[in-house]
Design a protein around this ligand. Structure first.
Ligand SMILES: [Zn+2]
Length: 106
């Protein structure tokens, strides 16, 4: 869908794929997910491949045309079978404990 591509280009977050767009009078909500993540588990550095479940995260980004932009991101949660510990997908454009993007923080 053209509109989705438009927002993906606008975001300039190369790993982020937009799945849907919702608009209200004050907000643009982009439902999205990260295409790939090649990170290891932080505890044992084994490659993380087993997606255990998905959670979601709401992160505020820069305004577009005076509207608030919110990214509703589907987050992969991995279970390391070696350590029996959980680990959530990392996003380079937002600190793990924040609800806004790094560029929004500026
Ligand atoms: Zn582990």
């Amino acid at each position: 869908m053209k509109e989705i591509r438009f927002y993906e280009d606008l975001l300039e977050l190369s790993q982020i794929k937009v799945d849907g767009v919702e608009k209200t009078t004050t907000k643009i909500i982009l439902h999205c997910h990260q295409a790939t993540s090649e990170e290891g588990y932080p505890h044992c550095l084994q490659p993380s491949s087993q997606v255990h479940q998905y959670t979601s995260r709401q992160v505020r980004d820069l305004h577009i045309l005076g509207k608030e932009v919110w990214l509703h991101i589907r987050v992969k949660q991995y279970l390391c079978e070696a350590c029996n510990r959980y680990f959530s997908e990392h996003f380079s454009f937002v600190e793990s404990n924040k609800s806004y993007t790094k560029r929004q923080a500026k």
